[in-house]
Every structure is written in structure tokens, then in C-alpha cells.
Design a binder for this molecule. Structure first.
Ligand code: AMP
Ligand code: MG
Length: 437
């Protein structure tokens, strides 16, 4: 099977100078203004939020030296003294002076020839730096005996501040807070953190043929699926979403929806109506209150894209405005354009330090036809064989209207702008869906 990603239909002839994907990304990056408002939230509400302050550890974590195992704590200098006596098989015997449990320290220092029965997490008694695990010792009465060569000085002792030292930077501003970060903040005793306010995104679909779920499907109509994929992708990014529904292909309705969206959100997303036949129509709507360009991208799927800024109440510094992405209408093109452009923009607007996108190489199981001069994304299924090698097969349909192929796929194959045909077995870059927020 040779997969061709060329699904151009009538009216889809390439524009004379389509914009390369990297150039579009650079133009989008230049237009980003991160949200500035900061709010304080309780720790649990901070999950997936963008940290707005550096967190410096106010304490040592752990706060005290403590045992990493159940056993007996003692002064490790006893080990070298025992080794100096010689044979290597000599036994070391210590008297058990008492007990330390987590939350219940041993009250006094531990003297020469003594040890303290200690449980994991218990503070190390003064003058002790080593824990011999209980499996290594023979206990008889109030003495323990073990081979000193089986243990090194300092073993099984977790040092105060070894996780985080007081005054050390624990987390930096811009971090998207994950489960480990919430735990880390709790370990510092931090109950509230400053985070950036969430990015607000308003979106709507355009098209006279669209019907919403729950409505009867009249002849020639299709259900609006883009609002659901957009809702889902946005919700996973933890942005605030405002769904403005379906807007008919009528200039006034589209203008009103765009103005409402721009006045209430940081980012406006639309789908449909930006292909060649409709572009002028949408352009007219944004011309009076937006700086919007209509791009033909050197990309498949997702060739048409409108991008710019909308000024619903007039242009100028201090005036409210919203970034605008006019996504294509085809359901797969919507998702691919979102993942390639909108996602990165939303991360940047949120004020986050962008996480490195997941990407790795896999061997294509089939030859792929690819014309240099545009970036192509193929829906594909990647799998790992029993030897641990990754290979990838494009889904049978690469039409940008076939959403089921997106459901079937678990990754996109990304074929770079200058790349040509791919031979079977050659390595290609894949962008896994798993792990993509
Ligand atoms: P357009 O870019 O408006 O010409 O739309 C391109 C194709 O995508 C057409 O077949 C539309 O019917 C389809 N389409 C547009 N918007 C949606 C939507 N929200 N849900 C499903 N299909 C859509
Ligand atoms: Mg349309």
C-alpha cells in the first residue's frame, strides 16, 4: 500500500506562494501577549495552572536527618574502628539504648558503643549518621551484632535538606503545576500559590449546513462536530471555554458573533468559511475591527487559516482585543491546525514555559508519497514490537473530512517541508496523541 497524502479536490489548487508552517508559527509567536492577571488559589485548585511566582523553599525538606530503613542507628565511626582491627570478618556489637519512631525522636545523644532501634522516617538521634538494616543484624537481649563490612558509613540516612534546602528555588514562575508539584508545595507547607488567570477562549462554528447535536438532520446537512473536538481539546488545556454555537453563513451574524467573542475572550476560534470561496466573505467581517490575514499554508491538512487580532471596541494601546484563529472547516484540518498552531499559542498566552512537545522516530511500514515544499501530517497508528522497536502505519483514509481516521490514529506522522518520498522502513517523526493535552 502506498499512502498518498494528496487529497486536493476541486477548488483546492495550491496558492502560488503558500506560507511555510515554520513561518506561520513565527508570525503567531510575535503576536502573543501573555495574560498578566494573577490570582491566589488553594493548592488543590492549582493543578494544571501556571505558576506566577518563584517558590523558594522556606524550610529544609526533610527538616531533619532521618532513617531510610528500619534498623539500628549508630555513629558510623564505629565501622572504621572495627575495620582497623582487621580481619574483615570481625563482628561489631552495639548496645541498644532506646528507640526512635517517625514522629517520636530518641530523646538523648547516642554514646560510643550504643545504637538506637529506629524506624523509617524517624529523626536520626544526635551523633548518629548510619543505619544498619534490621535484616543485617542478630539481636540478642539488648545487643545487636553485625558485620561492619556489609555497611558503609552514612548508609540509609536521608539528610536534612537533601530534597530541598531552605532558600533553594523549588519551582520557577511559568511552570504548569502537575501532581508532583502539588505534592512538593505541600511538602514545603505552602497552602496557596499565585497563578496566572486562565486563558479565555470563545469559539463558534460557521456553516448553513451545520446542525447541532439534538436537532434533526435535514437533507444536505451535517452535524457540527468541530465544536466538540474544539471543546475537548480546549478543556484538556484547562482554559475557560465559551461556546457560541453555530453561526449561519450570513455577514451580520458572523460579525456579531466575532464581536461578542472578541469582547469576552483572549482568543477567538472559528471553524469553516476560510477556504477560497468563503475567504473574502469572512475578510469583510473582520476588516473593520480586526487586523486579520488570510493565509494559504504550505501544509496538509489545514491549508487555509486566518490569523490576526480583533479589536471589538476600537484599535489602540489599552483597548481590549483578542487573538483570532479562523480554522478550516474540515474536521481533521481543525484538529491538526489546533495542535500545530493554536495549542502552542495558548500555552504562550497562559504565561507558561512551553513543555517540550513529545516527538520521536519510528519506521514507516509502508512507502509514503510526499512532495517537497509543504509540511504534511498523516494520521497513523504507531506500535511497539516485541523487540521494543517502534513502527508506524498511516491510516487508510487521509481525507481531511474523515474524522474516524483521527479516532483510529494514535499519532501524526510529521513530514517536514523539504522532505520527499519516504521509503518503507525509513524513519519518520511521529507526534503521539497520548500525552498531548
Ligand atoms: P468550509 O471550510 O466552511 O468550506 O468547510 C469545509 C468542509 O468542512 C465542509 O464539508 C463543511 O461541511 C465541513 N464543516 C465545516 N464546519 C464543520 C463543522 N463544524 N462540523 C463538521 N463539519 C464541518
Ligand atoms: Mg462553510
Amino acid at each position: 500500500m502506498t499512502i498518498s497524502n494528496d487529497t486536493a479536490g476541486p477548488g483546492c489548487s495550491p496558492a502560488p506562494n503558500p506560507l511555510p508552517v515554520d513561518a506561520a508559527r513565527a508570525l503567531i509567536r510575535r503576536a502573543i501577549v501573555p495574560v498578566a492577571t494573577v490570582e491566589r488559589v488553594a493548592l488543590r485548585a492549582a493543578l494544571e495552572r501556571v505558576l506566577a511566582e518563584d517558590i523558594v523553599s522556606p524550610i529544609d525538606v526533610p527538616a531533619h536527618d532521618n532513617a531510610a530503613m528500619d534498623g539500628y542507628a549508630f555513629d558510623g565511626t564505629a565501622l572504621s574502628a572495627a575495620a582497623a582491627t582487621g580481619t574483615g570478618t570481625a563482628q561489631l556489637t552495639l548496645a541498644v539504648a532506646g528507640e526512635a519512631r517517625a514522629g517520636h525522636p530518641f530523646a538523648r545523644a547516642c554514646g560510643a558503643g550504643e545504637c538506637v532501634r529506629i524506624m523509617t522516617g524517624a529523626p536520626m538521634p544526635a551523633d548518629c549518621d548510619t543505619v544498619v538494616p534490621q535484616e543485617f543484624v542478630v539481636r540478642s537481649g539488648s545487643n545487636v551484632t553485625f558485620e561492619p563490612l556489609r555497611i558503609e558509613r552514612g548508609a540509609n540516612c536521608r539528610r536534612a535538606g537533601e530534597d530541598l534546602a531552605r532558600g533553594q528555588a523549588a519551582l520557577v514562575a511559568g511552570r504548569i503545576l502537575g501532581p508532583a508539584d502539588l505534592g512538593l508545595l505541600a511538602s514545603l507547607g505552602v497552602a496557596e500559590v499565585a497563578v496566572r488567570r486562565r486563558v479565555r477562549v470563545a469559539f463558534f462554528s460557521t456553516g448553513d449546513e451545520l446542525r447541532s447535536v439534538g436537532e434533526p438532520l435535514a437533507a444536505g446537512c451535517v452535524y457540527d462536530s468541530n465544536r466538540y473536538t474544539l471543546y475537548a481539546m480546549l478543556t484538556r488545556m484547562n482554559v475557560e471555554v465559551l461556546d457560541l454555537g453555530v453561526v449561519r453563513d450570513e455577514p451580520d451574524a458572523i460579525e456579531a458573533a466575532l464581536r461578542t467573542a472578541a469582547a469576552s475572550a483572549d482568543v477567538v476560534l472559528t471553524s469553516g468559511g476560510v477556504s477560497v470561496g468563503d475567504a473574502d466573505f469572512t475578510a469583510r467581517m473582520t476588516a473593520t475591527f480586526g487586523d486579520v490575514e488570510f493565509w494559504q499554508l504550505a501544509m496538509r491538512p489545514g491549508r487555509p487559516l486566518a490569523f490576526g487580532r480583533l479589536w471589538p471596541a476600537g484599535r489602540g494601546v489599552g483597548c481590549e482585543s483578542a487573538l483570532f484563529f479562523g480554522l478550516p472547516g474540515n474536521p481533521v484540518a481543525v484538529m491538526v491546525s489546533f495542535y500545530q498552531f493554536v495549542r502552542e499559542a495558548l500555552v504562550a498566552i497562559s504565561g507558561a514555559i512551553a513543555p517540550t512537545p513529545l516527538q520521536f522516530a519510528a519506521a514507516s511500514r509502508v512507502p509514503i508519497k510526499k512532495r517537497p515544499g509543504r509540511t504534511e501530517f498523516l494520521r497513523a497508528v504507531a506500535m511497539r514490537d516485541t523487540a521494543g522497536q517502534w513502527s508506524v502505519t498511516p491510516t487508510r483514509s487521509q481525507s481531511s473530512g474523515v474524522l474516524s481516521s483521527m479516532s483510529e490514529a494514535n499519532c501524526l506522522i510529521a513530514l517536514a517541508h523539504d522532505q520527499g518520498d519516504v521509503a518503507a522502513g525509513a524513519l519518520v517523526d511521529i507526534l503521539p496523541f497520548e500525552g498531548l493535552a
